[in-house]
Design a protein around this ligand. Structure first.
Ligand SMILES: [Zn+2]
Length: 223
């Protein structure tokens, strides 16, 4: 994957890390970073030159990660967990991808009789769990952190059984005007931003069934 980011992105089409086309151009610029937009899949992304290193990312997460026992955080996650629980057969087996240091969502699902494997690049780096197959996969507040979304999402989708559901939680881009004042983009570890159209593109690419369950909760079901 090329990380040669042209210094004058307004002039040249740039490489999109999701659809892999050279169809991205400058979308927005703030004091710290540039943001590009892909005209093919509608992804907004921060070029690699502005990404944190692995160590910088870890230091940031250690300061900001959520606590498994925090009631507000569990309420937040329940907006994804409850609709997911409503459609899971009893004793399903899932994967919490990007679970963080305190896997609150996994605890909530296990309390209802499902089993949940954990994967996190920083806190549960067990690559063998990504070689197995699951009835469901949760990716809550994780897509926006992916450095190589095409590779990482393809691998993740491959871990889902036919008929299985991938439950995603991420805040979506609405418009350039809203983006300018959007706090979500100011987190330095947030480097890619999906819109509804990006998710439609992904669903089409995967031939998946797409459901917008809430403003920031999306389910993709594998055929
Ligand atoms: Zn694209």
């Amino acid at each position: 994957m090329p990380d040669g980011y042209e210094k004058d992105p307004a002039m040249t089409n740039q490489y999109c890390p999701l659809c892999r086309r050279e169809t991205a151009q400058l979308y927005f610029k703030d004091r710290k970073r540039d943001y590009l937009h892909c005209s093919h899949c509608d992804l907004v992304f921060v070029p690699p030159a502005f990404h944190f290193s692995y160590a910088e990312e870890r230091a940031y997460y250690d300061l900001h990660e959520n606590d498994v026992g925090d009631a507000g955080y569990r309420r937040f996650l329940s907006r994804c967990a409850e609709p997911l629980l409503a459609r899971l057969p009893a004793a399903s087996r899932g994967l919490d991808f990007g679970c963080g240091p305190g896997p609150a969502l996994a605890a909530m699902l296990e309390a209802r009789g499902h089993s949940v494997a954990l994967y996190d690049r920083h806190y549960a780096n067990h690559p063998q769990v990504l070689k197995e197959q699951y009835d469901f996969i949760c990716a809550t507040e994780v897509l926006e952190h992916l450095h190589n979304p095409e590779d990482e999402l393809t691998r993740l989708w491959g871990c889902l059984k036919p008929g299985g559901v991938m439950a995603i939680m991420t805040k979506l881009v609405i418009s350039r005007e809203r983006f300018a004042n959007w706090h979500y983009k100011n987190d330095p570890t947030h480097i890619i931003f999906f819109s509804r159209d990006t998710l439609r593109w992904l669903a089409c690419h995967w031939q998946a069934q797409l459901e917008f369950v809430a403003d920031d909760v999306i389910f993709l079901t594998k055929p």
